[in-house]
Write a protein of this length. Structure first.
Length: 330
């Protein structure tokens, strides 16, 4: 559209009017823009035009924590796909608050967004199903589909937990502390389930191998503070952090206490965000395909929001990948 505007010597808004509201454009300008469209072989985006009918040109994206690097690395995949359809991204953060989530959802509905990508703050998604019934496209992001009425894009967190657990067990660790988030967060619960599966697969009892520390927030500060709740010298030999942000605080706290990683304590993260490989020691982590996750979610939302006759609700589950680095090597 930008190229057409430059060729015709008009604004992008004028080109948009020619495509969507030609009655607003003066005859000579209308003919000039149409000539440029033909000369350049420009093909208007039908999906974008369909989405705009009776709705805004913005798509809502609701994440649980805007400060979590995982979400900031998912967003480019979403933005890339939406920009191809000339749609804007409106970002909201629930801060893991159900009340705040409800507030932002109300605002987005009032602004007539055609669709919303959301990582729910709680387990109950009935309100999201209701919004979709009222005509707003809805896709769960980084959350398995708990209801057949909604599409979902996620990574197999149970498998990721299994991979992390198997790796630590293969190194001889038999006392593992799992620094977890609230059990109400599905991703946290699934990673713990995977860890327990790996322990059982090794013929061991999770109650004897795994010590869980529940954190009130998944931040570096809480990761570091969790060390005060562990008997580090006589306790676990490995720390499995539910995400890399927590692991960042753990590594800092261990260094301040003079505990060598990985010689005295192995540390593993989850997500494999960009900084994981840059830490010292570099952090072993479970990689999630974040860019692909975002693009796939946006693709599903576009078809759902358009109400395509061929659209059917589906769940896309990506597989994680173990990235072994210095923080767990023997």
């Amino acid at each position: 559209m930008v190229d057409v505007a430059a060729h015709a010597g008009v604004s992008v808004g004028t080109v948009s009017n020619v495509l969507n509201r030609p009655e607003l454009v003066a005859g000579p300008t209308l003919r000039r823009v149409r000539a440029s469209i033909k000369a350049l072989g420009f093909v208007p985006s039908a999906p974008a035009r369909q989405l705009r009918a009776g709705s805004s040109r913005s798509v809502g994206v609701m994440v649980r924590d805007i400060g979590n690097p995982f979400f900031t690395e998912v967003l480019p995949g979403i933005e890339t796909r939406l920009s191809q359809e000339e749609l804007l991204l409106v970002l909201c953060s629930s801060s893991d608050s159900v009340e705040k989530e409800a507030y932002y959802l109300q605002i987005l509905e009032q602004h007539r967004v055609p669709g919303i990508l959301i990582t729910p703050a709680g387990q109950d998604i009935s309100h999201l199903v209701e919004l979709r019934r009222r005509g707003i496209g809805m896709v769960l992001l980084d959350r398995p589909g708990a209801d057949s009425q909604l599409c979902a894009v996620a990574v197999d967190n149970v498998r990721g937990g299994e991979m992390a657990g198997a790796h630590l067990l293969s190194l001889g660790h038999r006392r593992i502390a799992f620094l977890n988030g609230p059990s109400i967060v599905r991703q946290c619960a699934d990673r713990r389930k995977g860890l327990d599966n790996a322990v059982r697969a090794a013929g061991l009892d999770p109650d004897e191998v795994v010590t869980e520390i529940t954190l009130p927030a998944l931040t570096p500060r809480e990761g570091e503070a969790a060390l005060e709740r562990l008997p580090l010298r006589e306790g676990p030999t490995a720390l499995f952090c539910v995400n890399d942000t927590v692991a960042l605080g753990v590594l800092r706290g261990l260094e301040q206490r003079g505990i060598s990683v990985p010689h005295d304590m192995a540390v593993m993260g989850y997500d494999d965000v960009e900084f994981a490989a840059l830490l010292s020691p570099s952090l072993t982590s479970v990689r999630q395909p974040k860019h692909q996750l975002g693009q796939a979610a946006a693709d599903l939302l576009l078809t759902d929001a358009r109400g395509d006759s061929g659209h059917w609700h589906q769940e896309i589950v990506f597989q994680p990948e173990l990235m072994v680095r210095a923080s767990t090597r023997a």
